[in-house]
Design a protein around this ligand. Structure first.
Ligand SMILES: [Ca+2]
Ligand SMILES: [Ca+2]
Length: 207
């Protein structure tokens, strides 16, 4: 009897895990195979995966949580952190123009920072000493009601960066595996613009 209960309990846990995965991973999601930036090639040994989802329906916290829920070679994922020119160049060499399709990265702005370029951090806690904002479009520009998360610029094909609103929807992200184990929940010091009467309309307009 005990064994039967144990089996039922295990079965229940498996079902719950499958349900969580089914909620987190949308049907039709496109996952490439992770690519390693090898140490032989001057890299950090981490793996990267450009994840393109079905449509532009996923805000930054959703993508943060999705990345954290996935693993590669037993390493938990996180939204990519680009901490050197070499890493930027390598990523662009792998994915090129596909980065320009509303793709998130692991950059965000702390609550109450000076706008538009103060208080930017990586979700991993790595030092913020390299950035590749899109100068041709005056990024970061904290457009609209506030743009406090990082994604690749949608203007042109050069892998440059844009600050974007946390609640606006994107089409995917680059997930990185290796070296870091970020918190499972979206950071609570992420600066989400204050909701006001126009917030709903603005959110809708951005979709
Ligand atoms: Ca901002
Ligand atoms: Ca911007």
């Amino acid at each position: 009897m005990k064994r039967e209960n144990g089996a039922k309990s295990l079965f229940g846990r498996v079902i719950r895990v499958l349900l969580v995965i089914s909620v987190l991973v949308p049907v039709g999601a496109g996952y490439a195979n992770p690519i390693q930036w090898t140490q032989e090639a001057g890299g950090n040994g981490h793996w990267y995966d450009l994840v393109q989802l079905d449509g532009r329906s996923y805000d930054w916290c959703y993508l943060y949580t999705l990345a954290r829920s996935l693993t590669h070679e037993s390493m938990p994922g996180y939204l990519t952190t680009i901490t050197s020119e070499a890493e930027q160049s390598w990523l662009f060499a792998q994915y090129g123009c596909e980065l320009s399709g509303y793709i998130a990265m692991g950059a965000y702005q702390l609550i109450g920072s000076s706008e538009p370029d103060g208080g930017w951090v990586w979700t991993t806690g790595e030092a913020w000493d390299h950035a590749n904002w899109d100068p041709g479009h005056s990024e970061p520009n904290n457009s609209g009601y506030g743009e406090n998360v990082g994604m690749f610029s949608i203007f042109g094909c050069d892998g440059e960066w844009n600050d974007y609103c946390p609640y606006c929807h994107m089409a995917g992200c680059v997930i990185e595996y290796g070296g870091h184990n970020v918190a499972t929940a979206c950071p609570d010091d992420l600066w989400i613009p204050t909701e006001d009467s126009s917030w709903g309309a603005i959110k809708k307009a951005y979709r």
